[in-house]
Design a binder for this molecule. Structure first.
Ligand code: CU
Length: 716
């Protein structure tokens, strides 16, 4: 069965108050996004486009802070200003304007968005990425520290300003460290002028559903205990627009007890309100943090992905799906169910969450009288056709439809699909590799000797861990040296045996047609990695699951034998896609947006350990220049006439291979100015060369392990 997704061309109906149109005026109504003058009926007249201003203040904060007074015991207290009730479990968070999700940006196609970001995070840099916005005229506004800008320093302020030329459901989020998973994100919805043949009656801001998996603590301590000890990486719960039941809420409920009869306090759930007989566009936006895709269903209701039939949907981190719900059931109250899969399923934390669909005039706060008491009951009532299913490729028996089988309503640039051979083709394979990752294993704690719970496998692309340079490549290319970059073609060492990290860079010519063959080798776990490309959307042209596990050369052989047909017509357009385990996903795009664009797994624990790379589109001379006063940053490693002598304990240069006792500190005296560089493969002091650090021009010493390895290989 084929369906059509109108990805960016859906019609819009705006029914709330119409505000006077003020052109080129910046106004900020962050706490009341629906009152922002830019939330208006969209016009096809470009003269009516607006410049829409928002103030974002980032800070660390607390769930159920004193702003919440007696919430959840007094329900109305949960709605007080600055109160973030989440699921009623106290923990530290990082937020924008003391809201979670942060303030929504709701504008019309063609508007200019201006966001002044004030960083009040304690001593921590930040940057905001506008997920899905291509930044064609302003690539330096993409919000990736180390690629398109310097991090906004603690105490600093940075103004983002960019146009939104295409309608659609997007979101914004911090692209620094783990801030996104801790609460720094919100929706960005770009509406279009109303169409007469719209498939729904209403497109309301309260029907944007931001959904994500939720940890019991800040992401950083969870990450550290997982990477340096035996802590797990499993989400404890799920939140819907920042609300939900705490994990295990129903555990002490008797067979006949309901929420009403039990009288147990809880944070009011997120409520979607509808009028019987009408239909509504609902925007599902996943801010998924860890490996927790969510199966979404609504009791007794069919969800229609715009202009298609009814589906149950799996939503991966970074994906957005727009659906239509028809309020065609008896007036009443229904559960909207979100069942966590993979690391959230019943093998691990059995995480699930509920929101409520209430028909008017059912009173606010009403919930269904039957309980959804556990993960199993949060499953869709009946598995109809399942859209975007887990680990499934086209051709599998059952009621499935994968992203590769969807059709786009957009027909532009046919050459992307019809050109027989792409101008550039990249095989990018990945798995969790059993390797001594110097970030959390290394010579003192090799992966092969530590006990099972301590072994941590490294998710890599082509056996390379990407490290972000300290200098943004786009805006300070003069500070970079070719030697800092690598990819599988330039590697001189066997990265399947040794840990390899560098600034992982792929380069393509401007306006060329690029094909990525993503291969999930699938040995270590059945994980799913949603990959997100900045600066471009792509057409998903093929997807297949070959086996439990596979290798890129099998797929190459298969392709050369003509056994991998590409979809040549109407292939779906996406910017985030996943690959079935032991299989491949192939996508194509025209590299028509010059710049440096991050491409990465959207699971925060994976991208932060290097599951990503930078795509260079065009030569630097073909890229637009950032404004003259754009902030700069970099390293400070001056050349000195009299190099210091270092005495260093516990250096990475001690390895089991060279006979040192890993349990006792050894000492290594280095006389070079670059002694801070990890030098795992050199147990001898290196010859002092005054120019060694300067000649590498290192923005990030950790980016250099591989360059060092190559260098030493050549030297010896
Ligand atoms: Cu991943």
């Amino acid at each position: 069965m084929r369906v059509t997704i109108q990805w960016t061309v859906a019609a819009v109906l705006s029914i709330v108050s119409i505000f006077p149109i003020i052109q080129s005026t910046i106004q900020s109504y962050a706490d009341f996004p629906e009152r922002h003058p830019c939330y208006r009926e969209c016009s096809s007249d470009p003269l009516k486009s607006m410049t829409c201003g928002y103030n974002f203040t980032l800070e660390y904060f607390w769930v159920l802070s004193k702003a919440c007074y007696e919430c959840p015991n007094i329900t109305s207290d949960c709605s007080r200003f600055d109160c973030i009730p989440a699921d009623g479990v106290k923990r530290a968070i990082a937020v924008v304007n003391r809201m979670m999700p942060g303030p929504a940006i709701r504008v019309c196609q063609g508007d200019t968005v201006v966001v002044d970001v004030k960083n009040n995070l304690y001593g921590e840099g930040t940057a905001i990425h506008w997920h899905g916005i291509h930044q064609k005229k302003t690539p330096w506004m993409d919000g990736v520290p180390g690629t398109t800008q310097c991090p906004i320093p603690a105490g600093g302020i940075f103004r983002y300003e960019f146009e939104v030329p295409l309608g659609g459901s997007y979101f914004w989020h911090s692209h620094a460290g783990f801030q996104r998973g801790d609460g720094i994100f919100g929706s960005l919805v770009v509406r279009q002028p109303k169409k007469n043949n719209s498939l729904y009656d209403f497109d309301l801001p309260e029907h944007e559903l931001l959904i994500w998996d939720w940890l019991a603590d800040l992401s950083l301590p969870v990450f550290l205990s997982h990477h340096h000890a035996d802590g797990d990486n499993k989400p404890r719960g799920v939140l819907i627009n920042g609300r939900g039941f705490p994990p295990g809420f129903f555990k002490d409920f008797g067979d006949h007890e309901t929420i009403k009869t039990k009288g147990k306090p809880y944070v009011p759930l997120y409520e979607v309100r509808v009028d019987q007989g009408s239909s509504y566009r609902v925007r599902l936006i996943s801010n998924g943090v860890l490996n927790c895709p969510l199966a979404v269903s609504i009791e007794n209701h069919t969800m229609t992905v715009i202009s298609s039939d009814g589906f149950d949907i799996v939503v991966y981190a970074g994906e957005r799906w727009d659906i239509v719900i028809r309020a065609d059931q008896p007036i009443g109250t229904y559960w909207i169910k979100f069942q966590g899969l993979m690391d959230c399923d019943d093998r691990f934390t059995s995480a699930y969450q509920l929101a409520v669909l209430n028909y008017n005039p059912v009173p606010i706060g009403t919930v269904p009288s039957h309980n959804i008491r556990n993960w199993h009951e949060a499953a869709p009532e009946k598995y109809g056709l399942q859209l975007n299913p887990l680990n499934t490729a086209p051709g599998v028996e059952g009621q499935y439809i994968t992203a590769a089988e969807l059709n786009s309503a957009q027909d532009d640039d046919p050459e992307i699909l019809t050109k027989e051979k792409a101008d550039h083709q990249f095989y990018l394979s990945y798995d969790f590799n059993p390797i001594d990752n110097l970030r959390f294993h290394g010579p003192h704690i090799p992966i092969r000797t530590v006990r099972k719970g301590f072994k941590l496998y490294t998710p890599q692309l082509n056996y390379i861990s990407h490290v972000m340079p300290a200098v943004p490549i786009l805006t300070q290319p003069e500070s970079m040296s070719e030697m800092q970059f690598c990819n599988d073609k330039s590697m001189k060492v066997n990265c399947t045996a040794e840990y390899c990290e560098c600034v992982h860079l792929l380069k393509v010519e401007l306006n060329s047609i690029v094909e990525f063959v993503m291969v999930d080798r699938g040995y270590t776990f059945d994980a799913n990695h949603p990959f997100h490309l900045h600066g471009h959307a792509f057409r998903v042209v093929a997807m297949e699951r070959l086996n439990k596990s596979t290798e890129p050369h099998f797929i190459k052989n298969r392709d050369e034998a003509g056994l991998i047909p590409r979809q040549t017509l109407k292939a779906v357009i996406k910017d985030t896609v996943t690959v079935p385990d032991g299989g491949y996903t192939i996508f194509r795009f025209r590299a028509d947006n010059p710049g440096f664009w991050f491409y990465h797994c959207h699971i925060t624990f994976h991208v932060e350990v290097g599951m990503g790379l930078i795509l260079q589109v065009g030569n630097v001379s073909e890229m637009l220049s950032a404004p003259k006063d754009f902030p700069k940053c970099g390293n400070y490693l001056p050349e000195v006439s009299n190099p210091p002598v270092y005495y260093q304990e516990n250096t990475h240069s001690i390895s089991l291979e060279n006979g040192s006792n890993p349990h006792h500190p050894s000492y290594d005296i280095m006389t070079t100015t670059d002694s801070s560089l990890p030098s795992k493969h050199s147990s001898k002091p290196k010859p002092s060369k005054g120019k060694s650090s300067a000649s590498f021009n290192l923005p990030n010493f950790l980016a250099l392990v591989i360059i060092m390895v190559n260098f030493i290989t050549f030297m010896t």
